[in-house]
Design a protein around this ligand. Structure first.
Ligand SMILES: *Cc1c(COP(=O)(O)O)cnc(C)c1O
Length: 401
């Protein structure tokens, strides 16, 4: 919430009071993402991290084309997770050499498209490697691959664990030496490793430990590689505070650790470009979801604000996108920012399901029909991660301000 300023009792987004922005957009609900907030975040990261660590944007966090285009000149690469996302990145003018493609279950056609585009493909299985080898043989194109490694450790205290133990992502670390041997017998162009161990982490010690282990693993595996490692993607996992008690990450110790890793890499992997891939950390706090109060009703003593938005646009805030125990995202009445939050209300959407909940029994400023409910921390995993067709309400609008 501290990302944005307040004036005239209203939240200010992109320099405009919220009601004026809503009038400009012309309808609710909408998502608004603020360029300045994204830029500030990137500046913070660049200041804390050594310049040798490249920053990539994992665009599945927010694939809005205008936002991806905004990112093009501000980050060093875009990570895509489908051929559809690859198209958005290429359309935005991102150079193929700055695009990488990870994700299990890439279809044959997607692999062919990615090979034709000349982007770096993070290989998730041995069968995928065989398919790419055939494409390289049939087409003669230089097909660039990195191996996504499923390490033998996990990112501790992560919102979503994506490594360690049996996982659908990547190739088990112990299989990598033999897979590297197989690459030697193909025309594939080996570039390096991709190790992504988890998401939404607010413990810098856990992130540091995972980055150290990932680097050490990459150095071990590099000994088996057919050519020097040119690209090492150390993953990301940097989280943002969503709930009361969450503390924002301290970037300084993470940066200090990365500086050490970069120093070791000069010796151990002299040709490697090191990068981190971040999704929500770059855009999550820069976005809000805005919906309008349609009804205010009391049921057996409890107040409900019924809005025109809900879980069909914002599955994460409803608590149904991977939360074990539902907690409220930070909410406010965006056109009554000066009023005390002394009304205990539940904010619900228009869907006929009790899952359609944006805020449960939380203190907000007194709101009436027509007021604007703002959900903060909504720049990542919002519109594109929500079941917009469920109940066939209008799709949500997105603006970049
Ligand atoms: C989802 C994902 C990311 C981004 O995760 P965030 O938590 O949004 O930073 C990065 N890399 C890979 C491989 C992913 O699957």
């Amino acid at each position: 919430m501290e990302t944005f300023s307040i004036a005239y009792g209203e939240l200010i987004l992109g320099g405009q009071p919220l009601t004026r922005l809503a009038a400009r957009v012309g309808r609710t609900p909408f998502y608004a993402y603020e360029r300045a907030a994204i830029d500030n975040r990137i500046t913070e990261l660049r200041a804390a991290f050594p310049t040798t660590i490249k920053l990539h944007y994992a665009m599945k966090a927010n694939p809005m084309p205008a936002l991806v285009a905004h990112m093009r000149d501000r980050v060093d690469g875009i990570d895509v997770a489908s051929a559809g996302e690859m198209k958005v990145a290429l359309d935005a003018g991102v150079a193929p050499t700055a695009i990488s493609f990870a994700g299990p279950g890439k279809r044959e056609a997607e692999l062919h498209q990615a090979a034709a585009a000349g982007i770096l493909i993070n290989v998730e299985s041995e069968l995928e490697l065989d398919r790419l080898a055939s494409i390289a043989t049939q087409t003669g194109w230089p097909v660039r691959v990195a191996l996504r490694v499923n390490p033998d450790f996990e990112l501790k205290a992560s919102g979503m664990k994506m490594s360690g133990g049996p996982k659908p992502f990547g190739i088990d670390a112990e299989r990598i030496p033999s897979v590297l041997g197989r690459i030697r017998q193909t025309l594939l162009q080996f570039e390096g490793f991709h190790i992504f161990s988890g998401s939404q982490n607010l413990k810098c010690e856990a992130i540091i430990e995972a980055q150290q282990k990932s680097f050490a693993l990459a150095v071990d595996l590099a000994a088996h590689a057919p050519t020097p490692v040119r690209s090492l993607n150390l993953g990301g996992g940097l989280g943002i505070p969503y709930f009361p008690g969450n503390m924002p990450l301290d970037l300084a110790p993470i940066g200090a650790n990365l500086a050490q890793i970069a120093e070791q890499a000069r010796q151990a992997l002299p040709e490697a470009e090191l990068c981190l891939e971040l999704g929500r950390f770059l855009v999550g706090e820069a976005g809000v979801y805005v919906c309008r109060v349609i009804d205010r009703k009391i049921s057996r003593g409890e107040t409900f604000l019924v809005t025109d938005g809900g879980m069909h646009h914002h599955l994460s805030a409803s608590g149904n996108f991977g939360q074990v125990v539902r907690k409220n995202y930070p909410l406010a009445i965006g056109n009554r920012m000066d009023a005390p939050a002394d009304d205990i209300v539940s904010v619900v959407g228009p869907l006929c399901t009790p899952l359609d909940l944006l805020g449960e029994r939380m203190p907000l400023a007194h709101a009436e029909v027509g007021d604007l409910v703002v959900v903060f921390q909504s720049g990542a995993y919002g519109a594109s991660a929500s079941p917009q067709q469920f109940l066939d309400h209008p799709r949500v609008t997105e603006v970049l301000v």
